[in-house]
Design a protein around this ligand. Structure first.
Ligand SMILES: O=C([C@H](O)CO)[C@H](O)[C@H](O)COP(=O)(O)O
Length: 213
C-alpha cells in the first residue's frame, strides 16, 4: 500500500502568516491545505500564491462547498487546486458538480463527511459517483465538545470502497500512527503543528512518525 500523506491545515486568516507557515512546514508535508476560514478570507489569490511558491506540494482548498458545486469549484481548480472539498450533506448534484470540475482539471474531489448523519451511505454513494477521496472529519466545534474521528474512520474503512480516506480532527503525534493503521491514507494536522513552539520541528516529527507507520 502507498505511504500515507500528511496534510497541513493552514487555518490562519492572515495572508502573509499563511505563506510564512507554509514555508516552514512544506519540506515535511505532502499537502498544503488552505483551510475554510483562510479561503473565505483570502480567496483565489492565496491559492495562486501557494501553487507558485510550493510546486512540490499538492494544494487542497477546503471549500466545504454546499451548493453550485461545479460553478464554485471550477475557478479554484483553474487557479491550481489539486483537491477541493465538497460537503457530504450537500445535494448529490452539488457533489457531482465538484467531481465534474475536478475531472475537467485533472484534479480530485474530496467529500467531507462532517455533520453527515449516515456516513456509510454517503461515502458509498460518493465513491460510486467518482469521488476520489472521502474525508472523515471531526470539525473544530465538535472537537471542542469532546468528539474524535476514530469511530467514524473505523466505519468508513470497513466499507473497503477503493477510494482514499482522509482523516481530520485534532490529530497529533500521539494519534497519527494509529490513524494510519486504522486505514487513513491522508492524515490532516492543523493545531498540533501551528500551535507548536516550532511548527517546522513538529511537522518534521510527524513526518518521521508517518513514514514509520
Ligand atoms: O477543517 C478544519 C476545520 O473544520 C476548520 O475549517 C481543520 O483544518 C481540520 O480540522 C484540521 O485541523 P485540526 O483539527 O486542528 O488538526
Amino acid at each position: 500500500m502507498a505511504k500515507a500523506l500528511i496534510q497541513m491545515a493552514l487555518d490562519s486568516l492572515d495572508f502573509d502568516q499563511t505563506i510564512a507557515l507554509a514555508e516552514q512546514v512544506s519540506p515535511y508535508v505532502d499537502i498544503l491545505e488552505v483551510g475554510t476560514p483562510c479561503i473565505k478570507y483570502n480567496g483565489l489569490e492565496i491559492v495562486t500564491a501557494l501553487k507558485a511558491k510550493f510546486p512540490n506540494n499538492l494544494i487542497l482548498v477546503d471549500l466545504k462547498t454546499m451548493d453550485a458545486g461545479e460553478y464554485e469549484a471550477t475557478p479554484f481548480y483553474e487557479a491550481g487546486a489539486d483537491i477541493c472539498t465538497v460537503l457530504g450533506v450537500s445535494d448529490k448534484a452539488t457533489m457531482g458538480g465538484v467531481i465534474k470540475a475536478a475531472n475537467a482539471n485533472n484534479a480530485e474531489a474530496q467529500i467531507d463527511l462532517i455533520s453527515v448523519k449516515d456516513k456509510k451511505a454517503v461515502a458509498t454513494e460518493a465513491a460510486k459517483n467518482g469521488a476520489q477521496i472521502i474525508g472523515v472529519h471531526t470539525g473544530l466545534d465538535a472537537q471542542a465538545a469532546g468528539q474524535t474521528p476514530f469511530a467514524d474512520l473505523q466505519a468508513i474503512a470497513s466499507l473497503n470502497l477503493g477510494v482514499r480516506i482522509s482523516v481530520a480532527g485534532g490529530l497529533n503525534k500521539d494519534t497519527i500512527q494509529k490513524t494510519i493503521q486504522a486505514g487513513a491514507n491522508i492524515v490532516v494536522v492543523g493545531a498540533a503543528i501551528y500551535g507548536a513552539p516550532s511548527p517546522a520541528e513538529s511537522a518534521k516529527e510527524l513526518r518521521a512518525l508517518v513514514d514509520a507507520a
